[in-house]
Design a protein around this ligand. Structure first.
Ligand code: NAG
Ligand code: NAG
Ligand code: NAG
Ligand code: NAG
Ligand code: NAG
Ligand code: NAG
Ligand code: NAG
Ligand code: NAG
Ligand code: NAG
Ligand code: NAG
Ligand code: NAG
Length: 476
């Protein structure tokens, strides 16, 4: 008997408020190029902007810009009828553009570009609020390699003063713009946020990955220019809901199930063999590598897109400058990467189950925040979560977004809670626009709170006990 069916029986027997857990109906996404494998393999062109953080105004509301995704800003913000009162805003977004991860740099001297981080190292230091421990200077990192250290085997590291990954200087600038744009709406246009940051009713949160703190520095400064320091919230890396870092073996098993032999996932890797041949000819990475280059397009995608977002050329083989990644090959990697996210988080029948449970702890948290607002026990007005593609993607999957793609840098989901005549309503914005779903809720545009809440409870349960048991295969 599967973990799931055991749990269904156990929870039913216990007569819990939720008869079945999780009670998930998968509503397939719309048919688009994003989830069309034939298009990913045989189509042409990049699925969006990959070489600049600038998105032209005339396409801002619909654009996909991997380097800096559109977000809420005054120019496009759709006002809600003034009979509705904004009560609470919680948002989550991916960090901004960065160097690649060390794991995504071509190994064994195959990197032909040296990343430079002159003057742009992350700042890391301890500080107390008052007393002698408050008299500290910001400490900035400058990475270095030593010729005496024989373990410096990755060319990308050789001589580079970047700490992979780190938010680049341009990524810090994008973070600042993101904060400025949010302030242009929630502070200036709506007057919802106070002029001075109110730490009792406003919270910013980061993950254990330091790049989210690097984003916070620029972003919060743009929203509250008078601040000279600020404490952000963070959970332990052993159970962080935001990243997410908590363990849910049953969710991982569900995901493995739809990537196993015989699935469309396995088929896409076979169909993409000629694409891998061309990429491997440049990087020199063997097909049987153990670094994850051939289990998905994640590494090649990150390697190529990070370069292009920062204006670097596409790579050539270090031994043969005639063997290069051309733009069309890079575009194919970008189409395939987006297909992989569409498959993992929306297309596969179990993708909703996986998304909801893999990101269940964070969804339980926002559910509780909304419950508290409606009950009048939560005094917060604003929560701001700086996270990852691995956070935003399962959230989009759990809400069953109509059109799934790989959440690019800065991808933002905003939850707005409104009240009107004693009733509450939820609006959800993705990329600054109303989120479309294929659930019976459709567009998440002023959905009655009760409907939205019932949907969340159906996918993550009431108070976390169902999710915890399900994740760990426990029956009581
Ligand atoms: C599952 O959730 C739906 C609403 O989403 C509800 O109508 C149905 O009764 C639930 N079924 C069980 C077995 O809990
Ligand atoms: C791509 O095109 C080739 C040649 O027309 C065809 O054989 C193949 O089936 C197509 N691939 C997909 C995934 O549709
Ligand atoms: C998928 O893409 C191919 C190639 O562009 C196209 O011929 C086909 O109609 C698309 N399928 C769907 C369901 O849109
Ligand atoms: C960026 O890519 C687009 C195609 O997507 C191309 O038209 C444009 O020239 C490129 N810009 C730069 C600066 O390379
Ligand atoms: C990607 O790998 C190529 C191959 O050598 C290298 O030149 C390039 O610097 C890498 N770029 C990133 C962003 O990792
Ligand atoms: C650290 O800051 C806290 C909060 O302002 C203060 O109560 C405490 O005395 C400070 N500790 C030291 C050692 O200065
Ligand atoms: C590091 O760079 C130096 C100088 O360019 C070169 O001589 C050396 O072989 C490189 N080491 C590695 C491990 O790539
Ligand atoms: C979805 O996952 C559940 C739980 O692991 C499993 O029992 C079921 O067979 C899966 N469904 C599909 C369509 O793979
Ligand atoms: C370049 O040539 C060296 C020496 O033959 C070899 O070890 C290395 O794997 C080659 N690199 C690539 C990316 O082909
Ligand atoms: C990969 O294949 C090569 C050549 O067949 C072999 O020498 C090597 O040991 C294999 N590596 C792994 C990690 O299996
Ligand atoms: C959660 O709800 C269940 C069923 O309603 C209840 O048995 C359990 O005690 C609750 N757990 C917590 C931590 O509140």
């Amino acid at each position: 008997m599967s973990v799931l069916s055991k749990l269904v029986l156990a929870v039913s027997a216990a007569g819990s408020a939720v008869a079945t857990f999780p009670n998930i109906t998968h509503y397939p996404p719309l048919n688009t190029n994003w989830n069309n494998l034939t298009f990913a393999i045989n189509g042409t062109g990049a699925p969006g902007i990959y070489n600049s953080s600038v998105t032209p105004d005339d396409i801002y509301s619909t654009a996909y810009n991997w380097c800096a995704m559109p977000h809420v800003r005054a120019k496009e913000y759709q006002n809600v009828d003034s009979s509705y009162k904004l009560e609470y805003v919680e948002l989550i977004h991916r960090h901004h553009k960065r160097t690649p991860y060390a794991s995504n740099i071509f190994p064994n001297g195959a990197e032909d570009i040296l990343w430079s981080c002159d003057g742009e190292g992350p700042a890391t230091y301890g500080k107390n609020a008052t007393g002698p421990g408050s008299e500290v200077i910001p400490i900035q990192w400058s990475a270095f390699t030593s010729p005496s250290n024989p373990f410096t085997t990755i060319q990308g590291f050789n001589g580079s003063n970047c700490q992979f990954p780190q938010i680049s200087a341009e990524g810090i600038a994008d973070s600042w713009t993101h904060g400025f744009d949010l302030a242009s709406v929630y502070k200036e246009k709506l007057g919802f946020l106070p002029k001075e940051l109110d730490p009792n009713r406003m919270h910013y949160r980061v993950t254990n990955n330091v790049i989210t703190s690097q984003v916070a520095g620029g972003l919060i400064k743009a929203m509250y220019p008078d601040l000279s320091g600020y404490q952000v919230l963070i959970q332990s890396s052993s159970f962080d809901s935001l990243e997410p870092a908590f363990s849910c073996p049953a969710a991982s098993a569900v995901n493995s199930g739809y990537q196993a032999a015989g699935t469309l996932w396995a088929q896409h890797l076979q169909l993409a063999a000629p694409v891998y041949d061309k990429l491997d000819a440049v990087s020199g990475i063997p097909r049987n590598d153990t670094g994850g280059w051939h289990v998905s397009f994640d590494h090649y995608y990150d390697n190529l897109s990070a370069k292009q977002c920062h204006g670097f050329p596409l790579p050539c083989n270090v031994n043969n400058s005639n063997v290069c990644v051309d733009q069309e090959l890079a575009n194919t990697v970008y189409r395939l990467g987006n297909w992989e996210y569409a498959y993992n988080f929306r297309l596969a029948q179990n993708s909703t189950l996986y998304s909801a449970t893999h990101y269940g702890a964070w969804i339980l948290e926002i559910k509780a925040h909304l419950e508290g607002k409606v009950a009048g026990t939560n005094q917060d007005i604003y929560r701001h979560n700086i996270a990852h593609d691995g956070s935003v993607a399962p959230l989009m999957g759990a809400l069953q977004v109509a059109n799934m793609y790989w959440p690019g840098m800065g991808t933002e989901v905003v939850f707005e809670l409104y009240s009107k005549s004693g009733s509450f309503f939820v609006r959800v914005l993705l990329g600054g626009q109303i989120m479309q779903t294929t659930t019976p809720m459709g567009a998440l545009d002023l959905i009655p709170y009760e409907s939205f809440h019932a949907y969340l409870e159906s996918i993550v349960g009431t108070n976390g006990s169902e999710l915890y048991k399900w994740c760990n295969g426990l029956t009581h």
